[in-house]
Design a protein around this ligand. Structure first.
Ligand SMILES: [Zn+2]
Length: 524
């Protein structure tokens, strides 16, 4: 192979990335700026601008020994991102990075496919192999440095020229169409990865904020309280027949005396944000991961007050919420006794009797469901729940019809309906002697192909309602001190994850300065 110089390699790789890894970006751009005579110049300049930006980035970090590894990592990363953007229409913002880094092996296996392998091979491995093999000429430190400076200056000048020549277009591009930038590959991902890492480093220096140390229970009866809180996964409200969905997805819950919250909104559009946020003292507008992870949650406050707390997880993990509490992993057959194929949510109910019977404290048990985790919805339920057919039985959602996707998703909701009803029946065994209750709230919703969107995780401000409007249900044992009729009326009002913090405190009669009565759904 011919020996080449560093700038040539950088330029060729940058052109490759613009042409082959940015299909999603240009598709989204074309929706806003269609291919018309007046837009052609701008569209062309946008490609050039992206190219120049990538050249500047590579050159800035290129030193003799790290250039090739950096290019290879970028190519592999970009091939993955190109696949996920093309297939699921997702973007790689900070939340998505957080989510990806917290995803376990089982969840990743769900996303594997032949198509992903092809992307990886053609856009990642093959060009990487060529980059690896090409002999680079090293022309001495001074010559290399000067050539790098020239390369950066020429491309910065090009960027300036493009911005200036199409300033009218770029003003609208940067101000009104911020979303489009999220699709630039791999620029956005690299930017967010750096920013996420910076936040993580910063976070380790933050002291833990302990709240509600004054918390104490003020019950007037001696009767115990046991609450099972089910944290749902990716369950959108409009696919619950309780909320008027045309398919019967809640045949068992509708037979129970439940309170259905038809207007419940999530705090975030991913598990990594929503789960810690719903237990957090911070409201959605005020919440961020750094604060969330470094402040005690409502479960910690309940624990201070003397309530026993147990977290069982069949999802990924508690996203930091249960780190100071009793945590049990139900994702493997080690604890979960119902793991044929994959570990089932109902396995989390097994053995709870011994916890309840071992002492007479009040208890809150959090069950974190696998629920409707996508895209392999068809794996989320036992065969007997395959009621709606035909079913999409691949993780390549774009290969299935809307009906097949929806059927697989709805069968998983049907299984959650069964799981929740089983949870209620478990609690009913104790309702004579103990005040029992179940609370179910999903962490976020899900897109099922509407406007070409799949899964979840879009930034909150652009996410469609389907990703934010979630299923939520409460059930109370027969003597539970709550006015159910009044509550059923209130349950039509708009509530959100923000309400959970004070509602749980109120439920256990905990008095503390961090309790806000106006946020407590159950307070009169
Ligand atoms: Zn989730």
């Amino acid at each position: 192979m011919r020996i080449i110089v560093t700038p040539f390699l950088i330029i060729m790789v940058s052109i490759f990335i613009v042409l082959f890894d940015n299909l999603s970006f240009f598709q989204h751009v074309l929706k806003v700026y269609p291919f018309k005579l007046e837009n052609i110049g701008f569209l062309f300049s946008l490609g050039l601008l992206l190219y120049a930006l990538i050249v500047v980035l590579f050159t800035a970090v290129s030193s003799r020994y790290i250039l090739k590894p950096i290019i290879i990592i970028s190519l592999i990363m970009a091939s993955f991102i190109a696949y996920f953007m093309q297939s699921y229409n997702i973007v790689i913002d900070k939340t998505m990075i957080e989510n990806t880094l917290q995803t376990n092996m089982n969840e990743s296996m769900d996303l594997m496919s032949v198509k992903l392998f092809i992307y990886l091979l053609l856009l990642g491995i093959l060009p990487s192999w060529i980059v690896y093999k090409i002999p680079l000429q090293h022309r001495g430190f001074k010559t290399e440095l000067w050539s790098k400076i020239k390369l950066i200056l020429i491309h910065l000048a090009l960027i300036a020229l493009l911005l200036f020549s199409f300033s009218k277009f770029y003003t609208s591009f940067f101000r009104e169409h911020k979303v489009l930038r999220l699709y630039t590959n791999p620029v956005t991902a690299i930017y967010n990865l750096v920013s996420y890492t910076y936040d993580q480093v910063k976070e380790t220096n933050i002291p833990m904020k302990i709240i509600g140390l004054d918390a104490k229970q003020t019950k007037d009866t001696k009767k115990r309280k046991i609450v099972i809180m089910v944290v749902g996964e990716a369950a959108r409200s409009d696919h619950f027949s309780l909320n008027g969905y045309s398919k019967e997805t809640n045949p068992l819950l509708k037979k129970e005396s439940i309170v259905n919250f038809s207007n419940m909104y999530a705090c975030g559009t991913t598990t990594a944000i929503s789960v810690p946020c719903m237990f957090s003292i911070y409201k959605r507008g005020d919440y961020d991961s750094t604060k969330g992870y470094n402040t005690h949650s409502v479960l910690d406050v309940l624990s201070h007050a003397g309530v026993e707390v147990l977290w069982r997880d069949n999802n990924s993990n508690s996203k930091g919420v249960a780190v100071r509490l009793t945590y049990e992993n139900y994702k493997t057959a080690q604890k979960n006794t119902m793991c044929k194929g994959e570990c089932r949510d109902e396995g989390m109910l097994i053995g709870l009797e011994s916890l309840i019977e071992k002492n007479d404290k009040d208890i809150i048990i959090v069950l974190h469901q696998m629920g409707n985790h996508g895209p392999a919805y068809y794996k989320r339920y036992p065969k007997s729940f395959k009621k709606f057919t035909p079913v999409c039985e691949t993780n390549q959602l774009e290969e299935c019809s809307a009906e097949e996707i929806s059927n697989a998703y709805d069968n998983a909701i049907l299984y959650t309906d069964y799981f929740l009803s089983k949870t209620i029946h478990f609690l009913k065994r104790y309702e004579e002697k103990i005040d029992t209750a179940m609370i179910y709230i999903a962490d976020h919703g899900e897109s099922l192909g509407e406007n070409g969107l799949y899964l979840h995780g879009l930034p909150y401000f652009i996410a469609p309602k389907h990703q934010k409007h979630v299923g939520a249900v409460m059930w109370f044992g027969k003597d539970f001190p709550v006015d159910e009729e009044k509550l059923k009326n209130r349950a039509k009002h708009e509530y959100s994850h923000d309400n959970l913090f004070s509602t749980l405190l109120g439920l256990f009669d905990v008095q503390t300065e961090v309790y806000e009565k106006n946020m407590d759904i159950l307070a009169n």
